[in-house]
Design a protein around this ligand. Structure first.
Ligand SMILES: [Zn+2]
Length: 102
């Protein structure tokens, strides 16, 4: 996230000062991929904020298929919401691998 912001800042400075632009603004197109990346990253974080909170609060005991909280259920079993087999340990590892758990 931070490197992306730095790249965007550098691009912005180049664009603002007109370096490499020669009047026709043809390098301005290099501004769009970083801007798109930043927008997508923000959208992703916004759309997953609720799930992120739930995963953190339950310590990772959330069904990876449907998002049902299985923290109160036995260590392993079948998700009552979608029928997917789960194990608390595997769920915690999966959410950690996604970066949803610290
Ligand atoms: Zn489920």
């Amino acid at each position: 996230m931070v490197p992306l912001v730095l790249v965007m800042a550098a691009m912005g400075v180049l664009w603002w000062t007109g370096v490499g632009r020669q009047g026709d603004g043809r390098y301005a197109m290099f501004l769009f991929p970083p801007a798109g990346g930043l927008a997508m990253s923000g959208l992703y974080r916004w759309r997953t904020a609720g799930l992120r909170r739930l995963v953190k609060r339950t310590g990772g005991c959330v069904c990876v298929k449907c998002g049902y909280c299985v923290a109160e259920l036995p260590q392993s079993g079948v998700c009552p919401e979608c029928g997917r087999a789960y194990q608390h340990r595997a769920l915690i590892e999966a959410w950690a691998a996604c970066g949803f758990l610290p």
